[in-house]
Design a binder for this molecule. Structure first.
Ligand SMILES: Cc1ncc(COP(=O)(O)O)c(C=O)c1O
Length: 307
């Protein structure tokens, strides 16, 4: 499904390297590392009713990704939090918002790969857009020929901007008329879809691939924790595509799309649960979670006073 353009995003204000500017002026230098080599890390976050869900967990993953890539002079979490809150206040955005937070290695003195050319410090970008979580009732997937990175090549635990194999998987899905492409790992087990994690249910049990080749998604972790807290059996494992074809229910998870039901994979219909739907139960639990948890957005006055 192609996301529709929301006219409210026509005049949004974006935070780029310390400045809040209209989207038409929101630019990075041609010398920036993200232009030179996709050398950047990022997070997608969601705002629910005045709160940012899992903010600290997202900041921890951003910091871990930047540290693993040996970024220098990374802004601390207080600084990043303030940049996010400044951006939300500038746009008066308090609900139904998706934030794309990007941290690049920064500008280089000249084009090139060497991080020693990065003498100016990282570039922080906060792009908040109106994107309420409205998705189709269910989606279709196809298995892509693109394999997902694993630690043998590029550790999937780094949430980096080198998304080309995921983009190629998405192109295959587009050509097949499907909503997303399933990426297998180097051994042929299911890793994830091109931008979301995958789960299936079977006889009341919930299963998801090990976080070896997939991004250890924050929504994935939330679902696992919700299962554990509500006595729903949940397992991580190496699963083949056949186990997804023959599951009772299949769903994807991610900050952008929350939990989305999958109704067919590679032309095989997912037959559905014969008894109580575990997926419906998880959708209810997740929906409650989004309304109860999250970091409240401080008032403008509190935020302005915080530095
Ligand atoms: C490749 C990939 N898998 C899964 C996810 C879902 O992760 P999360 O639940 O943390 O949004 C994302 C989101 O950025 C992603 O890029």
């Amino acid at each position: 499904m192609l996301q529709q353009f929301d006219p409210r995003n026509q005049n949004i204000i974006v935070y780029v390297a310390g400045e809040l500017v209209h989207r038409d002026q929101a630019k990075v230098s041609v010398f920036d590392s993200v232009v030179q080599g996709g050398d950047a890390v990022w997070e997608g976050l969601r705002v629910y009713d005045g709160r940012i869900l899992s903010l600290d967990t997202h900041l921890e993953r951003l910091q871990n990704s930047a540290h693993t890539l040996a970024f220098k002079d990374v802004p601390d979490n207080d600084f990043i939090r303030k940049a996010i809150f400044d951006t939300l206040h500038a746009n008066e955005m308090y609900d139904g918002v998706h934030i794309r937070l990007t941290l690049t290695r920064g500008r280089k003195t000249t084009s090139g790969m060497d991080p020693r050319l990065n003498i100016y410090g990282p570039t922080l970008i906060v792009l908040a857009e109106w994107k309420p979580p409205v998705y189709p009732p269910s989606i279709t997937l196809v298995t892509s020929s693109m394999r997902r990175n694993n630690p043998m090549f590029l550790d999937s635990k780094i949430h980096h901007n080198n998304l080309l194999n995921n983009i190629l998987a998405k192109i295959e899905a587009n050509h097949a008329g499907a909503d997303a492409g399933i990426m297998l790992d180097k051994d042929g087990f299911v890793a994830e879809a091109n931008g979301v994690n995958l789960f299936f249910t079977k006889n009341g049990e919930v299963h998801t691939p090990f976080a070896k080749a997939c991004l250890p998604g924050i929504t994935r972790k939330t679902i696992i924790d919700l299962c554990r807290n509500h006595h729903i059996p949940v397992f991580e494992g190496d699963y083949s595509i056949s186990e997804f074809y023959t599951a009772d229910e299949v769903f994807t998870t991610g900050t952008m799309g929350e939990i989305t039901k999958v109704h067919a994979i590679d032309g095989r219909t997912i037959r559905g649960s014969k008894s109580e739907s575990t997926l419906a139960k998880l959708v209810g639990l997740f929906s409650n979670y989004t309304l109860q948890k999250g970091t409240p957005i401080p008032t403008k006055k509190q935020n302005d006073a915080s530095r």
